[in-house]
Design a protein around this ligand. Structure first.
Ligand code: 5GP
Length: 121
C-alpha cells in the first residue's frame, strides 16, 4: 500500500477541506492557497505519485479528471470565458505534493503561460 499523502487524508476526510465533488475515482476540493478566483484541485483517489507513474490501467481515472474539471468549471460559471488545467510533474515541473492532481484555475484573465526557465537549481 502506498504511503498516505496530505491529499489521501483529505480524500478520506481525516483532514478537513472544502470538498466540492467526490466519486469512486476522483475528489475535488478548493486549493488552500488559491492563485486565482477559482482554484480547484482534482485529485485521483488512488495514490499515484506523478504522471511518470501512470499505467494503462489508470486511463479511466485520468480521463475522469478532465470530465470533472469541465463539470466544475461549468458550475463555477467560468466555462465560457475559459480556464487553465495544469498537472505539474516532479521538481522542474514545480510539483509539491506527490499525489497526482489537476489544478483548475480561472475566474480572471490568466494571460500567456510563462515560458522563462528558472536556472536556480
Ligand atoms: P503542486 O505544486 O504539487 O502541483 O500543487 C500543490 C497544491 O496543493 C498547491 O497549490 C497548494 O496550495 C495545495 N495544497 C497544499 N497543501 C494543501 C492542503 O492541505 N489543503 C489544500 N486544500 N490544498 C493544499
Amino acid at each position: 500500500m502506498k504511503k498516505e499523502t496530505i491529499f489521501s487524508k483529505i480524500i478520506k476526510r481525516k483532514i478537513i477541506s472544502d470538498i466540492i465533488y467526490q466519486d469512486k475515482l476522483v475528489t475535488a476540493f478548493l486549493d488552500s492557497n488559491p492563485q486565482a478566483p477559482c482554484h480547484v484541485l482534482i485529485v485521483t483517489n488512488k495514490i499515484i505519485p506523478t504522471i511518470n507513474d501512470i499505467t494503462a490501467d489508470d486511463e479511466l481515472t485520468l480521463g475522469r479528471l478532465f470530465t470533472v474539471a469541465a463539470k466544475i468549471a461549468k458550475q463555477k460559471g467560468i466555462s465560457k470565458n475559459g480556464y487553465r488545467l495544469i498537472i505539474n510533474c516532479n521538481k522542474d515541473g514545480g510539483q509539491e505534493i506527490f499525489h497526482i492532481h489537476m489544478h483548475l484555475i480561472g475566474g480572471c484573465s490568466l494571460g500567456p503561460i510563462v515560458s522563462i526557465c528558472r536556472n536556480d537549481n
